[in-house]
Design a protein around this ligand. Sequence first.
Ligand code: ITT
Ligand code: MG
Length: 204
Amino acid sequence: MKVQKQNKHLSINLVFVTGNANKLREVQYILSQGQRPIQIDSHDLDSKLAFIFHFPEIQGTTQEVARAKCQRAAELLGGPCITEDTALCFKALNGLPGPYIKYFMKSIGHDGLNSMLDGFPTKEAWALCTFAYSSGPDAEPILFEGRTEGMIVPARGPATFGWDPVFQAEDTGKTYAEMTNEEKNFISHRYRALDKLRNYLESL
Ligand SMILES: O=P(O)(O)OP(=O)(O)OP(=O)(O)OC[C@H]1O[C@@H](n2cnc3c(O)ncnc32)[C@H](O)[C@@H]1O
Ligand SMILES: [Mg+2]
């Protein structure tokens, strides 16, 4: 990561290690807003790093999963980086599927996520985003969490990004998939976590 302060302007370049193009698009969008834009290096999807995305992610709490991925990414890169883990947590299931949502989505899809809650008294859920920042292979990753409350509903809106069509954000009446980029990226779990990361980076 390069941090340069010139004439009170802050220019930060970060390497974001992810295999998910939708995440990268949203992160670039969110960080380009505001008074001090942060550049995300786009070579993170470089094929040289592609094998990292096929590493099994560990089991554990969202924080343990996030720390382990960032640590591994910093070791492979030999330098500073950020990584991100997203969990979708059902209240009725004490927070599961949580960090394992990717495998549930792949196996049972939007309908299956709804069916999982059949017979439970609440459809409440929350989206949890955990950014991890490592200053290098020997440093302990630092975590930044963002959470958005909502509920699981039958799919509405374009199926462009993961579980967006089945997550209706609290007080909006809309699923993430029914929102514009601006709307989602103003209230999302990702926006809230990135806000904390941005504050941290600006304090360096
Ligand atoms: O390489 P990484 O960054 O790990 O990318 P990934 O796709 O494997 O992502 P995760 O391990 O964090 O798994 C999260 C799952 O939730 C999905 N997801 C993440 N953010 C989302 C969002 O804002 N809206 C809908 N689905 C999302 C994503 O597509 C995955 O299926
Ligand atoms: Mg992953």
